[in-house]
Design a protein around this ligand. Structure first.
Ligand code: ZN
Length: 198
């Protein structure tokens, strides 16, 4: 693409490399950005750099946050004896948005996928096992209903059940292969309420 200046091309390329943004959207966004007042562009770029520089993983549940503990782990009113295991921070947010779950979470940052060479050691399982040494009444496995999500659920269940911890799996009302983040709140809550013991 040599129709625009090198700098604009560079911006389009960077934007197009982001998830869910095609070449046309990237072009539209780039033109929009160069037409914004300088102060807005500065704010945008500072927000990107600030989020990147301050982002860290919660020391307890491993979600992305900007302090040592995320707001959910730091909240004493939450039920810390119930842990919902999700694949990524987006699923965490999806459940949090329902406003009806009062337990805490554990974010795996992925799922076991032998086909893609992702084993148990490649996701945040070690941290989960460490947490189970405390008082845990129930572990709710809310990984996606994809092959990887199911494999991960079975793996965790086999690992944890001998310790006498109640392990449940959210109901499979969610479409196969469906990412939790795209499912509406009612369906999420139904999946949570209809969870069954593994
Ligand atoms: Zn946390």
């Amino acid at each position: 693409m040599d129709f625009y200046s090198g700098d604009i091309n560079k911006l389009i390329e960077e934007l197009a490399a982001l998830p869910g943004i095609g070449a046309k959207s990237a072009q539209r966004m780039a033109f929009h950005i160069v037409n914004l007042p300088h102060s807005r562009v500065k704010r945008l770029s500072e927000a990107i750099i600030g989020a990147k520089e301050h982002a860290k993983y919660c020391q307890c549940c491993c979600t992305l946050t900007d302090s040592d503990l995320c707001p959910v782990c730091a909240n004493e009113k939450r039920n810390h004896g119930v842990i919902m295991v999700v694949e990524n921070p987006r699923d965490f947010i999806a459940y949090e948005k329902t406003g009806k779950y009062d337990g805490v979470y554990h974010v795996l940052h992925g799922a076991i996928s032998p086909m893609n060479g992702i084993g148990p050691g490649d996701i945040r399982l070690k941290e989960l096992i460490e947490r189970l040494k405390g008082d845990v009444e129930e572990l709710i496995i809310a990984t996606n209903s994809s092959l990887e999500g199911e494999t991960t659920a079975m793996y965790i269940s086999k690992l944890v059940k001998p310790a006498g911890i109640k392990v449940t799996r959210i109901a499979s009302g969610v479409p196969v292969g469906g990412d939790l983040e795209y499912i509406d709140e009612v369906t999420l809550l139904r999946a949570l309420e209809g969870r069954t013991e593994l």
